[in-house]
Design a protein around this ligand. Structure first.
Ligand code: C5P
Length: 235
């Protein structure tokens, strides 16, 4: 599908999952493949947007969907701190910001500069002390420009649909975004898979999109909701 309803609109998308180093060879990470965010970037470009994609630890094969797309500028980041320092500058020129990346909530307090070796402390498992990362989305909302539409994601492990929506609405209030895409994740759902099931809540907490399908189809449904928020003049 290719529609022109985002022609000339600058869209910033973050995707993938940040990783926090433990030592030079190890990290704390999450299972986000980046597929949903990359699908959003590709869909936005097909609809005419100028896209910046901040990709955190996404496989080359997943990035292939956008790597030859002239309308998508790809910037790679690794840690939450790198994403934080890149995203604010990128957001400055963007009409739409979509934070699809799974951001590590905590990082390791003291990163070892040498590999942690078992033989250096025989019989004693090391303890990792964690510190909280800044909430990037909250700071983007705080620094938001007039007219900017900011979209967050909430991947939740839940028992049922009611809990999903309830958690989503609480997160919406905490983050102050215009739209929040919520989806259930678990051992086999959401992350890494080719398909997704998503509800999109608007700022009032109403479900404006309920969709299941390929990540590309979910991306287009989400962008429909974004376009509705933009109030673009009819062309
Ligand atoms: O609180 P939670 O991690 O579930 O929030 C998810 C949303 O917030 C996502 O849009 C994610 O990109 C963003 N986030 C962030 N900075 C963090 C944690 C999450 O921007 N430190």
């Amino acid at each position: 599908r290719s529609r022109g309803d985002l022609v000339g609109v600058r869209v910033l998308v973050t995707a993938g999952g940040t990783r926090e180093p433990i030592d030079p060879v190890r990290f704390l990470g999450n299972r986000s493949s980046g597929r949903q965010g990359v699908a959003i970037a590709a869909a936005a470009a097909d609809r005419g947007a100028e896209v910046v994609l901040l990709a955190a630890n996404i496989d080359g094969a997943v990035l292939e969907a956008v790597s030859s797309d002239q309308a998508v500028r790809l910037v790679t980041v690794g840690t939450t701190a790198e994403l934080d320092s890149t995203v604010h500058a990128a957001a400055r020129g963007a009409r739409v910001v979509i934070m699809a990346a799974a951001v590590a909530d905590y990082r390791v307090a003291e990163v070892a500069d040498q590999k942690i070796r078992k033989e250096d402390s025989p019989g004693a498992a090391p303890t990792l002390t964690l510190v909280e990362n800044p909430d990037i989305l909250v700071s983007l909302v705080r620094d938001r420009q007039d007219d900017q539409v900011i979209v967050g994601f909430a991947a939740e492990t839940v028992d049922d649909e009611d809990e999903l929506l309830e958690r989503g609405r609480r997160k919406l209030a905490r983050k102050g975004v215009d739209l929040l895409a919520v989806n259930a994740v678990g051992w086999s759902e959401g992350f890494e898979s080719e398909t997704n099931e998503v509800r999109v809540l608007d700022a009032e907490g109403d479900v404006v999109v309920a969709t299941a399908g390929t990540k590309r189809a979910v991306a287009d449904a989400l962008l429909d909701a974004v376009v509705a928020e933009l109030n673009l003049p009819e062309s």
